[in-house]
Design a protein around this ligand. Sequence first.
Ligand SMILES: Nc1ncnc2c1ncn2[C@@H]1O[C@H](COP(=O)(O)OP(=O)(O)O)[C@@H](O)[C@H]1O
Ligand SMILES: [Mg+2]
Length: 418
Amino acid sequence: MGRFTRESFIIRDNDVLRDDYQPETLEERDAELDEYAAALRPVIQGWQPNNVFLYGVTGVGKTAATHDLLKELQESADQYDDVDVNIIELNCTGCNTSYQVAVNLVNEIRKPNHPLTNVSSSRAPISETGYQQKRVFRELYADLEDIGGTVLVVLDEIDNIGSDDDILYELPRARSQLDLDVKLGVIGISNDFKFRDNLSPKVKDTLCEEEILFPPYDAGELQNILRERAEIALYDDVLEDDVIPLCAAFSARDSGSARQALRLLRKAVDIAESEARAGGDAFVTEEHVREGEFQIQRQQVVEGMHSLTQHGQHVLLTVCQLAARGETPERTKAIYRRYQKVARKNGQEPLKRRRVHDHLSDLNLHGVLQLVDSSGGRGNYNEYDLDVSLSSALDALESEFGDLEGIRELAKKNGTLD
Ligand SMILES: Nc1ncnc2c1ncn2[C@@H]1O[C@H](COP(=O)(O)OP(=O)(O)O)[C@@H](O)[C@H]1O
Ligand SMILES: [Mg+2]
């Protein structure tokens, strides 16, 4: 049999399981969609649009809801001759400043045959450096004015710009300041609550005219979302009853993100599909979900480790030892003490405490460690715990340190190996 056969046992349409698949309908988001639609309604009347700000953790349907509603809005607008809705969307990943956002917006508009606008500007793209911010804004306004009608500018993942939030102030004000005819609305989307809280007051006033919170999904909601996808993506009757509830439970316990739940289902399905190809049953079981979760966590540790020096890996090893002994969460101070021993035993001069702190917080950022805030009670201090299973962390560390059977044995004895 060749390597590339079209045979599949479980998966009917893999694209449906992908993150970028746009579902026909969004489950469990009726209230948010109603609120969102109400905020956009002035557009269809030909009135000045509201600025809208969406926020919520990653994977809760903000981008999907936006695509869904804007498509509907545009279809509705097509029925009226006197409204002309144009949408420019930018994902701000990689933009750290308002300046970069403005440049990227201009270049988005100037892309030949921009798919969402009915105007393709003949002006040349501008480079990312070398212009004054004012000049770039001026070019942007000129382009927006050329497009005319109503323009909705969607700035997805806008939290990337941090405190450099000029554009969120300038853009909503441009119409009145510069006497433009174009009706401009800004839709800002953020995965980061702190970003919203830290916006300068003048920005908050304009941008957050309409604020819509997308809360995390609970396990029941995630089950419905997954079921809907699985029905299209997979053949009938290939899922054991526990599979979807388990995927939903893992995600609900952690983030409440549909993205995370889908990733786990996809992984479990992939594992089952390969087994089926190798002659196994065409069936996804609870075991596949657990194996999938293990692989995802292991991968997370591997990726987290890329950001670490060898010293950093000793820090992680130390936390694993503590976890195996059942001593986590543990205070930074105690982790540091043990780390010194671990480093010396591995023939390295230990790092200063400050650097170990940095590594701990890096590992926290990568979702490998969890920061437990224990303020109050016995004082104010940080504790760290593993945020992945001990076995997946050990598995990843073994690629660096060789066999860690000793820690595994210890964990088994203490009942701390998951
Ligand atoms: N309510 C929902 N119903 C169906 N699919 C959803 C729902 N919410 C999120 N998803 C799916 O989960 C994934 C992440 O959603 P997305 O809109 O990208 O999240 P966010 O923008 O909030 O990070 C996408 O594949 C999306 O289709
Ligand atoms: Mg998004």
